[in-house]
Design a protein around this ligand. Structure first.
Ligand SMILES: [Zn+2]
Length: 483
């Protein structure tokens, strides 16, 4: 079946760069694009009008935690001062022995919500850097049902983090447990890679650079090579991690990963903020940015989350100019890729003190082509004959684009996930008129709301000082709840 999207601004890829066609056409047959760019006059079974809209390649969101639990990032607008900006450790680490796994229904509800929320805000390929272990059949079924494209695998590490009774962070090393988790991850890839009609792909995921021993990182990278899959780890994410790696390995996290052979073209680094380039590290020895460029690794830049914690890359432009492959991710809520593009652009300008930094071209490339390198896909992140039909149709009129001279600049200046009208993956329409076509959104929201309440209520049970959420993160104003 041939579908013709006509009359919109079409972002087509010419083999080297994106180009924009006014009143252009995009045609796809089944799951593949057959025509992208100038107006098409051939036959089509279905014609969709994109008048006043932008027809864009779907975004590769390189940082989604599908576990979606409260601890890691719903609490992030307050960080404990003694762990400075290391938000995930300062909140998510429980008192040892107090964390009980959440009910399966809550996990499933939140997982569904996370997928759905990412999709309708412009993500067509999710890089899952933090799913929960267990119920892998359910995970694969969900990817199949929702129709989205996913690279994922259960995270592994051999150092779990806990708080002691005084709120001090401790790392509890267990090499045997780490190895079991790596084996579990390898089994996941063997069992599920190319399932969900080819849309679920395997990825190895060494959780964080400092929660893995050097041996586990080496074994993880070796396994990824053998399986021929990409690998991810969080590194350069916060100052505590930076210092721990300095203490243990006497070098920066990026240099350490390069030295042990972990960094190459198939490696995705979550964040990569704290490098020799960042002023807070006060470490002018070596050049991590150059190392990243030489090794061909990709940085999963999550501008908004980091901006909320008063941090950013130093800088997006410096990394891009040095030849580093920078991709974009959301990490936390909202998972709005259009918002992230704007933050990436603006933060580059303010960080460099240069309004010519953070050009729309570079941030758009990061969210599309940039995310394709480490997964070795030249059929994603672009609209061109032969590429996968992963497409967004974005309402430009609503965001006030008519006063702009360039629709891409309008998009980055003013666009939001709520302007996304249509999301297509593998030629199948998953969002239409801003609504999911395959699931009852209200039902998903109701279940997720219930699940989130469970997570919030459980916080005093695992928190080192037994504090409730209201005390840890006081609301903006007193809130009078009904329950
Ligand atoms: Zn993360």
């Amino acid at each position: 079946m041939t579908t013709h999207i006509e009359g919109g601004w079409v972002v087509a890829f010419n083999g080297t760069t994106h180009e924009v066609y006014e009143q252009g056409s995009l045609v796809f047959e089944g799951d593949k694009i057959t025509h992208a760019g100038p107006a098409y006059t051939g036959p089509a079974d279905t014609t969709i009008s994109a008048k006043g809209k932008l027809v864009s390649p779907g975004f590769i969101n390189t940082h989604v935690h599908t576990a979606g639990n409260a601890g890691d990032y719903l609490l992030l607008d307050m960080a404990r001062n003694d762990y400075r900006t290391a938000n995930y450790m300062s909140f998510a680490a429980p008192l040892k022995g107090t964390m009980t796994p959440p009910p399966a229904a809550a996990v499933a509800a939140l997982r569904t919500f996370t997928f759905l929320h990412a999709m309708r805000n412009g993500t067509t390929t999710i890089i899952d850097v933090g799913g929960l272990r267990g119920d892998y059949d359910g995970y694969a079924r969900l990817v199949d049902d929702l129709g989205v494209r996913v690279y994922g695998g259960p995270p592994f590490r051999d150092r779990d983090t806990y708080m002691d009774a005084q709120g001090r962070l401790t790392y509890d090393e267990n090499v045997a447990v780490g190895r079991e988790r790596l084996e579990e991850a390898v089994d996941f890839v063997k069992n599920y890679d190319k399932s969900a009609q080819g849309r679920l792909r395997g990825l190895l995921n060494a959780a964080q650079v400092e929660t893995c021993t050097e041996r586990l990182l080496r074994e993880g990278k070796d396994a990824a090579r053998q399986l021929d899959v990409p690998i991810h780890t969080h590194a350069g994410g916060n100052l505590v991690e930076f210092q721990r790696i300095m203490d243990e390995h006497r070098t920066t996290p990026i240099r350490f990963l390069a030295d042990i052979g972990f960094l190459d073209e198939r490696t995705l680094i979550g964040h990569g903020v704290f490098t020799t380039a960042h002023p807070w590290t006060h470490y002018p020895f070596g050049d991590d940015v150059k190392t990243l460029a030489e090794r061909g690794a990709t940085i999963g830049h999550c501008p908004y989350k980091y901006a909320k914690m008063a941090m950013t890359l130093h800088s997006f432009q410096r990394y891009v100019n040095a030849g580093v492959t920078v991709a974009i991710g959301t990490d936390t809520y909202p998972m709005d890729m259009l918002g992230e593009l704007r933050w990436a652009s603006i933060l580059a300008k303010t960080t460099d003190g240069n309004y010519q930094a953070g050009q729309p071209r570079d941030v758009f490339n990061a969210a599309t082509l940039g995310g394709c390198r480490f997964i070795e896909r030249d059929d994603l992140g672009r609209l061109a004959p032969g590429a996968r039909a992963d497409i967004l149709v974005i309402d430009l009129d609503r965001l006030g684009s008519l006063v702009y001279h360039d629709p891409i600049k309008a998009l980055i200046d003013a666009g939001s996930g709520r302007d996304i009208d249509t999301v297509i993956v593998d030629g199948k329409t998953l969002v239409q008129g801003g609504r999911l076509t395959r699931v009852d959104e209200e039902a998903v929201y109701a279940r997720a709301r219930e699940a989130v309440r469970h997570y919030w209520d459980a916080v005093p049970k695992w928190r080192w000082d037994g504090a409730a959420v209201e005390r840890i993160i006081p609301p903006a104003f007193p809130v009078h709840r009904r329950h």
